[in-house]
Design a protein around this ligand. Sequence first.
Ligand SMILES: Nc1ncnc2c1ncn2[C@@H]1O[C@H](COP(=O)(O)OP(=O)(O)OP(=O)(O)O)[C@@H](O)[C@H]1O
Length: 347
Amino acid sequence: MALAFDGVTQRFGEVTALNSVSLSVEPGEIVALLGQSGCGKTTLLRLAAGVERPSAGRVLLEGKDVSSPESFVEPERRGVGLVFQDYALFPHLTVLENVRFGLQGRVPGTAAEATALRAIARVGLADLAQSYPHMLSGGEQQRVALARAVAPRPGVLLMDEPFSNLDRRLRDVVRDETAALLQETGATSIIVTHDPEDAMRIADRIVLMRAGEIVQIGTGETLYRQPASLFAARFFCDFTEVAGRVVRGAVDTPFGRFPARGLAEGSEAVACIRPHAVRIVPKGFCLPGRVVTRRFLGEVDHLLIAVDGFDRLLSVRASLAGVLGEGEDVGLDIPTDEVLVFPAGDT
Ligand SMILES: Nc1ncnc2c1ncn2[C@@H]1O[C@H](COP(=O)(O)OP(=O)(O)OP(=O)(O)O)[C@@H](O)[C@H]1O
């Protein structure tokens, strides 16, 4: 493995930022650390970079112990590239000088210039090599930060919320470009993000964290389709949660009965109905509902639907080409295999 954390714990006074975290990242793999603010993502990244020393446990790079209480390799000797949320470009240096800076002490003078220019061209900024950071847009600054980090060809690239300062449209473009560049360079990469879409679009594997611990590790598809808990499920989808009791292996709800595998008979459970899993059918078929609000979102409509016996509204996304109006009666078809069921309180 390229990078591994072995039982890493990190305490800051009373706060346990990481609690015995173990994780192996394979060479060339892109891993996203995903979780809410304060769950320990950045601390894990800082331990890999060597700007923090663990309270307990080991960090291994290429199988070598670089950060245990007994041995420590300084950040600049780890061969690790860093990209920060605020890009951390030197304002008084040009784009070329910023990227060259990352090569100092690794590549001799003339070769450094050529290497830096190649990295700048690779991120599409050849024309801006002599510009200063304040003359660049946010997206361009992010590309410079990326070029600076990859130019020395680090074995491991660590990125902390690299897209969070970009607006949505630019974010999509820069994220896809970054994914392509990471694939091309083959660098083992760890990306910290709180955005599940970022994680799903860029990472081979996602590590979902909570309160200093790993909740689940898997591909985006696994985490989305087979979340280990209600907490994990909520992270990836804004579904309608419906409480009910388990009776003969299924949870009974106003929307129907949904299989509750492995849950105790008579226990309280939560069924999670994904907005796009619900099919709208003509009234008189399936479960009756009434459209309370309808918002046009472009490719799909977002509907809130009232259903007898449910005191909130069911959230549905469907492409209806404007045929449905508010107040209209409809039928609802909810395929049981699209509904996730968890024990109540499994958060
Ligand atoms: N140097 C420090 N001193 C004291 N507490 C710290 C320090 N660094 C982090 N913490 C605490 O450790 C916990 C984890 O912080 P960390 O920055 O790793 O979380 P995060 O998931 O990256 O959050 P964010 O997305 O907000 O950056 C938090 O409770 C934080 O307040």
